[in-house]
Design a protein around this ligand. Structure first.
Ligand code: HEC
Length: 239
């Protein structure tokens, strides 16, 4: 019975994933290929279609932003023995290499148990990345190709996907008071305040006198920081 419930949940995730994907380009391990970091972009002519998933680029930032929080699964809190801050600690528990549906780390997320409210649940793209990574053997890919385009820097196509993967786990409206110092980044109007006061870019650049964001994670790639910088320079529009 329990197995059946898990199976149905996994299927629902896949179905909703398919429903949200406009143009599946192919399949890996039974899962449609997704456009990493470019999910809202409808211009298919210049898109980079990523047929692989890369741990440091695609998977670790999600664990850092949604799970490795104080009181949850950072090194100090280590809730239920899960420390989801580094490759070695992530593969240490609840992960069966090559089999995402046997990996508690993944099934707790597809069943909706994790991340615990008010932290937002992972979306279908994020779940798919984690599943594909586990299914390909959960390797510690470090030298990830840059999959990012500095000529694209609109709010919808570039900024929201970055914030979704790196920041909303602490800065979504529902969770900001508890995890993000009260700073909300998942509405345009609240983000605009941080864009205009210089803190969004200063924190991302790890500039002197600023905080270093994402908290507890590696600095974003130069390309992603450039996208944010260009968006701000062009007026931080809701475009
Ligand atoms: C693990 C939780 C966490 C993640 C992930 C995170 N932040 Fe933060 N952020 C915080 C906390 C906590 C504060 C409050 C810090 C303080 O007041 O000292 C904060 C403060 C901020 C501020 C307010 C200005 C400041 O420096 O005080 C900005 C802007 C910010 N974060 C941007 C981001 C961005 C952009 C990302 C994603 C790239 C991000 N944060 C990811 C926890 C997080």
């Amino acid at each position: 019975m329990k197995k059946y419930v898990v199976l149905v949940c996994v299927m629902l995730v896949f179905i909703s994933f398919y429903a949200c994907t406009h143009k599946p380009q192919g399949a890996i391990d039974g899962v449609a290929v997704v456009k990493v970091n470019n999910t809202n972009n409808t211009d298919t002519t210049t898109d980079v279609i990523d047929t692989s998933v890369c741990f440091q680029r695609d998977v670790l930032p999600i664990f850092i932003a949604y799970c490795a929080k104080s009181g949850c699964h950072n090194a100090a809190s280590n809730e239920k023995g899960y420390n989801l801050t580094t490759y070695n600690t992530i593969i240490a528990k609840g992960l069966v290499k090559g089999n995402s549906s046997a990996s508690k780390l993944y099934t707790e997320c597809t069943s909706g148990k994790m991340p615990k409210a008010p932290t937002p649940k992972l979306d279908s793209t994020q779940l798919s990345l984690i599943s594909r990574w586990i299914n390909k053997g959960a390797p510690n890919d470090t030298d990830c190709p840059v999959n990012c385009d500095t000529t694209k820097y609109t709010y919808a196509a570039a900024i929201v996907p970055i914030l979704n993967n790196y920041c909303y786990g602490c800065h979504a409206t529902a969770v900001a008071a508890g995890s993000g110092g009260g700073i909300i980044l998942d509405t345009y109007s609240a983000l605009l305040i941080q864009a205009q006061n210089g803190k969004l870019l200063g924190d991302l650049q790890h500039a002197t006198g600023y905080n270093q964001m994402p908290l507890g994670g590696a600095q974003l790639s130069e390309c992603k920081i450039t996208q944010v910088s260009k968006w701000i320079q062009a007026g931080a529009q809701n475009n």
